[in-house]
Every structure is written in C-alpha cells, then in structure tokens.
Design a protein around this ligand. Structure first.
Ligand code: SF4
Length: 385
C-alpha cells in the first residue's frame, strides 16, 4: 500500500485539534518517557501545551540524538544544476512565470564547482534542479553523477519526481540519496500552489520516496515546506509519512527536513496565519526526534546562524553550509573567503540566511563538542568493490 492510499484515511484535522487541546499532563508523560510512539503522542509534543516544556523536550531530543548518532553533524553541499522549470509553483523563484535568467550549468563547470567544494572539505553533494525534461533528463543527471563520482563519493538528488525505471538508471550511475519534499500535504493547499505543470499531480509526488526505494536508493528524504499551510497539520502528515516509510522502505535510511519559506523571486506573499516561529521549529524538530529516533534530520542554510548554532545539539544530524541556490553559483564564490563576488543572484531559488563559509560552520560545530563529518559513505561499500 502506497502512502497516497494512506494519507486520505488519516484524521489529520482531528489530530491538529487534539494537539491544540492537549493537556500539560499528557505532554509531561510523553517527555518523561523520552519517546513518542504514535501520532497522538506526536500531536501532544507539537502542542501549545508543550511550549512551556520546551527545555525538557529539547533535552530528551538531544539525548536520543546522541545515543543514535553520537556527537556528529554530517556536512553536505547542494549543487544546483539548472533553474529551468516547467512548473508553476507560486512560492518558488524558479517557477516558470518568473522572469529570471535561466541557466543549466554545462558539465565541465559542474565538475569545476564540485572540485571547488571538495577543496572546502565536502564529500557529500546534493544535486538540485528544476523540473524540465529538455534540460534535466535522467540521462543528463546520470552522466553528471558518473563524471562526479571519482571526486565526490556521496551523491544525492533533489529533482522532479521520476518513474522507478528512470530512478534505476540514476542509482546505477552511483547516486544513493533521494530527496523529495511534498511542500504541502494538504491537498487543497497543494492544488492552489501548483496550478500548472506535472507537479500538480499530488499523489505521484507523494509516492516518490517509495519508487526511489524500489529503484535502490539507500537513503530517502521527505519534508514539508513550512509557511504554506498550518504547520501542525504539515508536521503531523510528515510524521505519518515517515512512519509509513519506516514500515515499507525499512532497508533505507529515512531523513526528514523541516524547511521554512524564504524570500524568493515572484509575487508570493506569506500568510501570517501559517507563520512558523523559531520556537515552533525547535519544538517540531525535537518532536520528530522523539517519534523517529533513527531518522536523519537535516538543516539547511535557510535558517539564520544563531538558530543553526543552537540546533546542533537539539536533534539535527545533517547540515549544509556555504550554499549557493543558483546554478553556476559556486563559480562566482571567492574560494578563500567563500563569499559571493557577484552583486546579485537573479537566478537563485531563494535567498539563504546563513551565509557563513563551510569552514566557519564546521568550527562552530567543533566548538560545541561535536564532530563535523564530511564523509560517511563510499560507493565501494554498497557495490562490494
Ligand atoms: S519548487 Fe521545484 S518544481 Fe516548483 S518551480 Fe521550483 S524548482 Fe520548479
């Protein structure tokens, strides 16, 4: 059974209401146990009643994270291949109606940028692109991966959803990690935000991690995009998705990301009703840790430095650093200081918030007694070479 069969059967609205009505006694009981075992207990942990107990919740999350991951943060870099996109996503800088310079980075430049990232320490790369079969076919992506593997041992992808067969050729090329964020798990919201293009097919996107798993990906990543709908609804649906994948894709590592909307090109304006405050994000991360103790939790440069510093010890396991969200963006970075030398980044997907260099972020992690891990995987392990 696919998650697209399960989602319509879940009482998500009722769970949101239950979360709003949760008592402090229930919250304290779940925190004291140090685990949430179902969606009702997860709803308690993301409730308003849990907010006075955030310190205890964060402490429980920290202990569980250290138990399963040690005091480590795995480092990765996104590399944008193309901002060509045939979809209209009203909140995204790459949306096809936005008048931005459209770039697909030529392969030699992708290799140069990857070498530049390896010189900053990175050994894990996430290839990101808009959805455009003319520019970003699975053949192009497989070719990029084959070319990069000798210098970058761990490659993941975050692209438009593909069929299982297309994913197989990407796995065969050497990718091991598939990320696909649902953006919103609320069907009506999703439909209003994605009026045109293949992305409007909600269920096809929803089942992407399962198709990727069948194709052989070793890690599958999910997440909402907070700010598009009620954050508790989205967190509950993501949690349900995670539990489903643990049952059905159990040989892969599950990762969860909890990105919040950032400013981007276009006319999208945030709905204040759906705003997620910093303390809400901290609470959600800790709640996910108590529900999914073994899941990787990823934190991007969308978040501001002070918050990222604080989250190192509270449940996060993966961090990007020094990121460019523009195809070809790393080519314009000063390599020594890792600062952007171009005045404007008109082709970026969104503005990042933490602009610190990878070196500075790694040092911040060390100062907290944690180890930045640059490499934790080699294809030879999977292939037995
Ligand atoms: S969110 Fe993805 S699919 Fe939508 S416009 Fe942006 S790049 Fe294209």
């Amino acid at each position: 059974m696919r998650f697209s069969d399960v989602l319509p059967t879940l009482p998500l609205e009722a769970l949101v209401q239950q979360s709003l009505d949760t008592s402090e006694e229930t919250v304290q009981r779940v925190i004291a146990r140090g685990r949430a075992t179902n969606l009702i207990e997860f709803a308690a942990l993301i409730s308003p009643a849990a907010q006075p107990h955030l310190e205890a919740l964060a402490g429980a999350s920290m202990r569980l994270t250290q138990k399963h991951f040690g005091k480590t943060i795995r480092m990765f870099a996104p590399l944008y291949l193309s901002n060509e996109c045939i979809n209209i996503c009203t909140y995204c800088g790459f949306s096809r109606h936005n008048q931005i310079p459209r770039i697909t980075t030529p392969l030699p430049q992708v290799v140069d940028e990857t070498r530049k990232l390896t010189r900053k320490g990175f050994r894990a790369l996430l290839l990101v692109a808009g959805e455009h079969p003319k520019y970003v076919s699975n053949g192009y992506v497989a070719e990029v991966i084959r070319e990069l593997l000798p210098i970058m041992p761990n490659i993941g992808i975050e692209l438009g959803p593909l069929e299982t067969e297309a994913y197989r050729s990407i796995v065969d090329a050497g990718a091991e990690n598939l990320i696909c964020y649902q953006e919103s798990y609320h069907p009506e919201t999703y439909a209003s935000l994605h009026p045109a293009g293949p992305k409007k097919h909600f269920n096809f996107r929803l089942d992407t991690p399962e198709r990727g798993y069948e194709a052989g990906f070793k890690r599958v990543g999910i997440g909402p995009l907070f700010g598009l709908h009620n954050w508790r609804y989205e967190a509950l649906a993501t949690a349900a998705h995670g539990l489903h994948l643990l049952r059905h894709c159990w040989r892969a590592q599950l990762s969860v990301a909890l990105p919040r909307m950032r400013p981007a090109a276009g006319t999208w304006t945030p709905n204040p009703e759906f705003h997620m405050f910093d303390r809400d994000l901290v609470q959600a991360i800790a709640a996910f840790r108590l529900l999914l103790p073994h899941a990787a939790i990823s934190l991007s440069t969308r978040e501001h430095p002070a918050l990222r510093n604080g989250l190192v010890r509270l449940g996060v396991t993966h961090m990007s650093a020094g990121s460019s969200t523009e195809p070809g963006g790393y080519s314009t970075y000063d390599e020594e200081q890792w600062v952007q030398t171009k005045a404007a980044q008109e082709g970026e997907q969104f503005h990042i918030s933490d602009t610190r260099s990878p070196h500075v972020v790694a040092e911040m992690i060390r100062q907290q007694g944690y180890e930045p891990v640059w490499k934790d995987y080699d294809l030879s392990l999977a292939r037995g070479a």
